[in-house]
Write a protein that binds this ligand. Structure first.
Ligand code: COA
Length: 206
């Protein structure tokens, strides 16, 4: 554990650092492939949204890790907010649509905007209210030193203080490091009802 790493809430002043780190950590993922502007707008939404939580880990004045999320149900509002930026991102990076996984994700996001359905786990029931962990990342150079665990731990404490009973997230099945982290913190896995590439992890907080 890097004892000197400090965790604190992120503000709009930290946005440029956050965008840079997120872009680095999630290079190749759909959001990042839509361009810096799209990443900026999506992370800014979480920072400005009162119900969301955004934490950063700082080491030697550098942002080396972050975690953010919102109460379950956030994604309709977020998708609406991002629609115009997603369209601009596609127009300026049309090559993103050549990837079939990306293409299907974009179609399902647009479909969700037109026909919103409640965000639920089809096959598990968690005590509510439920909070979502939407994103977490640690700089490559500093992984394996306990920053991810510290971020999740403090995030869960804040979520508990807000009286949420459970927390959940979805992750790609092949993401060994993230799955290792959630398992090591006693989260439980649940199969995803519609996407075999994804798996849910969840934990009851109290
Ligand atoms: C997942 C991630 C945040 C972990 O951050 P980290 O600071 O390296 O994690 P920690 O050092 O706190 O590790 C905590 C535990 O996670 C597990 N873990 C971490 N890296 C692992 C790996 N590569 N393989 C398997 N388990 C791993 C271990 O159980 C570890 O505990 P241990 O060190 O006592 O064995 C980091 O790897 C990352 O940024 N990945 C890319 C972004 C990402 O995939 N985010 C998740 C999307 S859902």
């Amino acid at each position: 554990m890097i004892e000197s790493a400090k965790i604190r809430h992120l503000t709009e002043h930290d946005l440029d650092h956050l965008v840079k780190l997120h872009t680095h950590v999630f290079e190749g993922y759909i959001g990042v492939r839509l361009g810096q502007k799209y990443v900026h707008k999506s992370l800014q939404w979480f920072i400005k949204d009162e119900k969301s939580i955004c934490l950063g880990a700082w080491h030697c004045d550098q942002l080396v890790g972050y975690v953010f999320g919102s109460p379950v149900g956030y994604n309709y509002l977020l998708s609406r907010h991002l629609l115009i930026h997603a369209i601009r991102g596609i127009l300026s990076h049309p090559q993103v649509l050549l990837n079939s996984n990306t293409f299907h994700q974009m179609v399902s996001r647009f479909r969700f905007l037109v026909f919103p359905v409640p965000q639920v786990f089809d096959d598990i029931s968690l005590p509510g209210p439920v909070f979502s962990l939407v994103g977490i990342g640690v700089d490559y150079e500093i992984r394996g030193h306990g920053i991810g665990r510290k971020l999740v731990d403090q995030y869960c404490q804040l979520v508990t203080q807000r009286q949420f009973r459970s927390i959940r997230l979805s992750v790609y099945r092949n993401n060994q490091s993230a799955i290792g982290l959630y398992r090591s913190m006693s989260w439980h896995s649940y199969s995803h009802p519609s996407n075999p590439m994804l798996v849910y992890y969840a934990k009851e907080l109290w």
